[in-house]
Design a protein around this ligand. Structure first.
Ligand code: SAH
Length: 372
């Protein structure tokens, strides 16, 4: 058993949303409003040291030193891509590492974070899946990624903000780690936290249907769904969770999510695999599934990794597929590949998954991978 860096007798405040932090300060004999002061220091000033929090009473600061900490994952390496993309390898505990990516674009900056060490869902075209699953990240480790990136890039607010968008598109299946992902999302959206707009935090899921219904009750971030195939026979092969939650069920959950959250649309991710899912007939089949719905399709050119059996669809096949969808009234765009010179593109994040109990879908999914 490895000891996570974040586990110690002290509570890592990065793991607490506002309600959790209020309960924590009350437990220390303080008034709940102290939590607001703490959040401002942590997320607006970027303070990680209680001694810097000069408007807190000396005795309270001493209590915090004793019982609390503000601790982020440790940076092992940072790589810079020619296109400005940055990738960090972060150490989560003695044995495990995850990767995090920052993608600057004109007018916005997107941070791509991880929710698990490895992944259990076994999608056949994803390099994270090849590694198996080790463990869920804690809420502190998830929000710690955003804090750390803000620390490295600058804590800005309003128009000055450098990280304007956060996407759960790194390693792991966020809805399989619901319990920890939810408080982390709350801190991202909280105006005393990172104060991100709900449309600028995107949770990407392979399609854990029960958790989509649960999310619809609990929060209102943007949802992206890894569809990747227009029918069950093919999706069963590419995204094996489909055998448990087939496309029809998944789409019903998506439309429910939009209704419940008054959302604008759902993004359907579709990785373009040469000769597998990129034919004109498949584009038309996909259009029939999504036509008339508040849906957008984001085509992702497949990113290679060692040992994969797949190849990227040629650019003409991708644009033909996109044009066919658009012509049928389904909005489709192609995701620009970023950071591929440093293996930072979608599906290339590998981190360091040691000690893995190579858990694959169908073996232990309920007991281990989906700890909601
Ligand atoms: N577990 C979440 C987040 C995964 S990563 C999910 O399944 O949605 C974000 C996106 O990258 C997903 O749509 C995923 O299917 C896609 N992806 C995975 N491997 C890829 C690869 N090799 N090339 C391109 N996209 C890939």
């Amino acid at each position: 058993m490895v000891t996570p860096i974040t586990s110690s007798a002290r509570t890592n405040l990065l793991g607490l949303d506002r309600a959790g932090l209020e309960a924590f300060v009350v437990g220390l004999g303080q008034k709940p409003f102290r939590a607001r002061q703490l959040m401002k220091w942590i997320y607006k000033q970027g303070a990680s040291n209680f001694s810097a929090m000069t408007d807190l009473a000396r005795e309270f600061r001493a209590l915090l030193e004793q019982h609390a900490e503000i601790r982020t994952p440790e940076v092992v390496t940072v790589q810079h891509s020619a296109d400005g993309t940055r990738k960090w390898m972060l150490r989560m505990d003695e044995a495990q590492g995850i990767e995090m990516v920052f993608i600057p674009e004109p007018g916005r900056g997107t941070l791509c974070i991880s929710s698990q060490v490895g992944c259990a869902l076994d999608c056949s075209f994803c390099s994270t899946a090849q590694q198996g699953f080790n463990r869920n990240l804690t809420a502190a480790e998830i929000i710690g990624q955003v804090w750390l990136a803000s620390h490295e890039l600058g804590f800005g607010t309003g128009e000055e903000r450098i990280i304007s968008n956060v996407v759960f598109m790194g390693m792991g299946e966020p809805l399989a780690n619901y319990r920890n992902v939810l408080p982390a999302i709350q801190v991202m959206l909280d105006d005393l936290g990172f104060d991100l707009s709900r449309r600028r935090v995107t949770l990407s899921t392979s399609g854990l249907v029960p958790q989509i219904y649960r999310l619809a009750e609990d929060c209102n971030v943007a949802l992206a769904v890894s569809l990747h195939a227009p029918n069950d026979a093919l999706r069963d092969q590419l995204v094996p969770i489909n055998r448990r939650h087939p496309i029809k069920e998944l789409l019903e959950a998506c439309w429910h999510y939009l209704d419940a959250q008054n959302g604008r649309s759902i993004t359907f991710e579709y990785v373009m695999l040469d000769g597998v899912n990129d034919s004109p007939a498949q584009a038309l089949e996909l259009a029939r599934l999504l036509r008339g719905r508040a849906a957008k399709v984001n085509l992702i050119p497949f990113n290679m990794f060692p040992g994969t059996q797949y190849r990227r669809s040629p650019p003409e096949a991708i644009s033909r597929f996109r044009d066919l969808l658009n012509a049928r009234g389904v909005i489709a765009t192609t995701r620009r590949t970023r950071g591929d010179d440093i293996d930072a593109a979608c599906g290339q994040l590998v981190g360091r998954v040691r000690d893995r109990t190579t858990v694959r879908l169908g073996q232990k999914l309920h007991s281990v991978a989906i700890e909601a």
